[in-house]
Design a protein around this ligand. Sequence first.
Ligand SMILES: [Zn+2]
Ligand SMILES: [Zn+2]
Length: 358
Amino acid sequence: MRAAVLHEIGQDKLEVLDDVEAVGFGPGKVKIRVRATGLCHSDLSAMSGVLPQPAPFVPGHEGAGEVTDVGDGVTGVGPGDRVLVCWLPACGACPSCKRGQTHLCLAGLMNAGTPNFKRPGGDVFGFAGTGTFAEEVVVDAGCAVPIPDDLPYEVAALIGCGVTTGLGAAINTARVEAGSSVAVIGCGGVGISAIQGARVQGAAQIVAVDPVASRREAALRFGATEAVAPDALADAKQRVTAGEGFDYVFEVVGRAATARTAYETTRRGGTLCVVGAGAMDDLFQVNMFELFFDEKRILPSMYGGGDVLRSYERAVALWRAGRIDLEGLITHRVRLNGINDALDQMRTGEALRTCVEI
Ligand SMILES: [Zn+2]
Ligand SMILES: [Zn+2]
């Protein structure tokens, strides 16, 4: 079957190959014919080495499709069921799951060290244990989450990562209060989802910050009350908050420099919510005086920071009610053959989300 493979970390092009096979099917596993997958910034970060990932690997972790086969002991889904791929399934038994912090369960990510595919050249891994830039994937039963019939595959795919991450940051982690002021730094698919989450929560002002003009225009369509380039953020802080700083600032870039700007843009006692996934050697610095004296809350948000399955259901309910726009996030569509052009559009910041039809 076809899949897009990165041969070595640091390369910027994928090779679309026809000789790849999904492996590992057996008890407790589900085989999925992937129909749509979103291109998430984390795929680029894994390719460049910012996020740890063994190679060669098939990127993609934001997908949806139909179940074609299930292994012994799988009861939740069967052949023909429509599902989205959850890259961080909760095991239900580890200390994090027992505490109710199922988004911190590491059981699923432990599979990331086991090859998901093979080809004549040898083993091939799947990003985050999935690898949805492929016609077929084999995943743990917990990764195959049934979706309702009215949810298109391409929208379900986005709920599998970017939408859940952004909405959850605003609703679960920061718990944005009605009437508050919000700034969102970084307005790709995840940042736009944080904007929509802040709007759903009733924020009064939402300032979108991004260097790319097309993303600033998009942010306004999705609920930002104004959109500025990064060099105009200090002025917006002065104008919107009388210089005090925003109640909530979302960092959706994943760099220490923008996190520091976000920290300085947050009011005393306000909340800095860190959503971007950054590198292990990129250090965020806060001095001990300001940390104590300004009492700013620094809240990281991983995969939306709440129960993942509950967050999926909430995204579907909000989408069905017309309270959030998910179709509008998809600015580009490609087939697997066009994946390298899509990666370039992601790098330039042209695309909010590219849907890869498979
Ligand atoms: Zn667990
Ligand atoms: Zn993602």
